[in-house]
Design a protein around this ligand. Structure first.
Ligand code: C2O
Length: 550
């Protein structure tokens, strides 16, 4: 493929960028990497026009209500099967007979939260002491650092559906499951140091002060240290929330501004409706991975990969779900994810929750600080205050980071056709069923760009592609302004008893604000570019359409 000099590209300007993602990250010449910007359009050869018709929301034709997913049977666990890696049986709880399961009860209501979680860059040494004690627990204690990682990789089947794993990612269980996981982790740590006000730190990567690897995790003699991290990403190297497995050297303030713009998109403009933020419904008997919410892709997935060690066979530890929780920083990363869920609910009080019983009654099992198995439902974890914790108020600097409007320019020509493997950029014309809707209509129903039939073969590698609307041929530095979002998936394995196969999912992006910003709100047709950033050769896309979500 020829490389155009006129169009700056994310992944095709250097020889390294043509390598699979896992190798790109090994290219040692960071300083020589060209400057790149978020979500920049990749030039592509012109193929032929292709029209994707219709705006069918996959949820619309859904069969009538199934039932909530039940707590797993702990006696039936299948550890993941990974290439080049010893089986990690710690996905299964060895003492997991599930005998004596108790039901979770919220603590008695109190006026002040018991535990206030601090930003990790402001945390104190008590946390280190607690983690050191947790790491000293005997390996068969379900509260031990190694042990309490059940479910980590689809290790449990759905009760009653032996062919279906329970998958807590890429669906509406993402936020609740991780909230509960942290909640019990925190309570166990507090118990170990005899302090029931102990609160986990969170990695405040959405604010400039937190946009580096927090120092407490980088001290080699600390129990919070982990050697399987990217050695290039130590302080003061800034985080890149749009990480494509290549370090882009740009001035730190520019990186910070980009990060804040991304936060705005993922939390505000692209997350106006519950499913767009929380992820798609996932009920008993459903195939896993119906679709992630905005934040689960970016920054959740990108920051997992940013943290992991590219020299490990599967980007361990954080670059892979099976190993992620071996790194203590996992809990700080997910502390921020959890905080953002809480923040989002505050920003959108009108549509904060699914009122769906299948969501509310989904049940999980965790071990508590007394090592008792506890059955907890989603409805028990909707309100951090009721659970006895809160987050330190560190502000939301991204709330005003709305990207500037883009001038209306001629979009790049459509090129390629779907279905296709994302070996290179595919651009397709997509019809918008409605144009120039009123503010009220836009408020009621968000316009949603739907990328259907996403299939990832052998999900052993980080996969990322960006989705841009009407980006001009010479996207230049402003291309990120045309970005609807990205699909960024941290690898997750399939339990050994499952038939290996491709992972299938759907991505949805709220684009009302984007259409306005790029001057396309009156257009019947837009050009959507799918730009592979990592592992494009592993990804097939079925089609692109536009629908509406209330
Ligand atoms: Cu269970 Cu960050 O993923």
């Amino acid at each position: 493929m020829e490389i155009s000099r006129s169009v700056p590209r994310c992944t095709t300007t250097t020889p390294g960028a043509r390598m699979p993602c896992s190798l790109q990250a090994l290219v040692p010449t960071k300083a020589r990497q060209p400057r790149r910007l978020t979500c920049k359009a990749t030039g592509g050869r012109v193929f032929f026009f292709f029209y994707v018709l219709l705006g069918l929301d996959a949820q619309r034709g859904r069969a009538a209500i199934a039932a909530p997913i039940q707590a797993p049977d702990l006696g039936n666990c299948n550890p993941p099967d990974l290439p080049n890696t010893a089986p990690d049986t710690n996905c299964c709880l060895t003492s997991g007979s599930g005998i004596g399961i108790i039901d979770f009860v919220l603590p008695p209501a109190s006026s002040a939260p018991l535990r206030v979680r601090p930003a990790a860059h402001l945390a104190d040494a008590e946390y280190e002491r607690a983690v050191a004690l947790m790491k000293q627990l005997p390996g068969d204690d379900p509260r031990s650092f190694e042990q309490h990682r059940a479910y980590c990789d689809g290790a449990y089947d759905q009760v009653g559906f032996p062919d279906l794993e329970i998958q807590v990612h890429n669906c509406w269980l993402f936020f609740p499951w991780h909230r509960l996981y942290l909640y019990f982790h925190e309570r166990i740590l507090g118990k170990l140091i005899g302090d029931d006000t102990f609160a986990l730190p969170f990695w405040n990567w959405d604010a400039p002060a937190g946009m580096t690897l927090p120092a407490i995790y980088a001290n080699r003699s600390s129990p919070l240290y982990n050697e399987r991290r990217d050695p290039a990403h130590l302080q003061p190297f800034p985080v890149d929330l749009d990480y494509n497995k290549i370090d882009v050297i740009i001035p730190t303030d520019e990186q910070i501004d980009q990060n804040l713009n991304i936060m705005y998109r993922q939390m505000v403009s692209g997350a106006k409706k519950t499913q767009l933020f929380m992820g798609q419904p996932y009920r008993a008997g459903d195939q896993p991975d119906p679709g992630a919410g905005s934040v689960e892709n970016v920054p959740h997935g990108t920051m997992h990969t940013w943290t992991g060690d590219p020299a490990q066979p599967n980007s361990e530890d954080m670059g892979n779900f099976y190993s992620a929780a071996r790194d203590p920083i996992f809990f700080a990363h997910h502390g921020n994810i959890d905080r953002l869920w809480h923040v989002w609910r505050g920003l959108r009080p009108g549509n904060a929750d699914f009122a769906d019983a299948d969501w509310l009654d989904t049940a999980f099992l965790f071990y508590d600080e007394e090592a008792r198995p506890v059955r907890v439902r989603v409805r028990d974890c909707l309100d951090p205050a009721a659970m006895g914790y809160a987050y330190q108020d560190v502000g939301l600097p991204w709330l005003k980071a709305k990207p500037a409007n883009r001038s209306r320019r001629t979009p790049a020509h459509a090129a390629g056709a779907l279905p296709a493997t994302l070996r290179e950029t595919v651009r397709v014309k997509v019809t918008r069923p409605q144009v120039s809707r009123s503010d009220k209509e836009k408020e009621e129903a968000e316009e949603v760009l739907i990328i259907e039939g996403i299939q990832v073969v052998d999900h052993f590698k980080f996969v990322k592609f960006d989705v841009l609307v009407n980006v001009p041929e010479s996207g230049g530095d402003g291309a990120s302004g045309y970005c609807a979002g990205s699909v960024a998936m941290t690898p997750h394995m399939i339990g050994t008893n499952k038939k290996k196969g491709s992972m299938k999912t759907v991505a949805r992006f709220g684009v009302c604000d984007l259409m306005d910003n790029i001057g396309a709100d009156g257009d019947k047709m837009v050009v959507v570019s799918l730009v592979p950033r990592c592992g494009g050769e592993l990804v097939t896309i079925g089609g692109v359409s536009i629908g509406y979500t209330k």
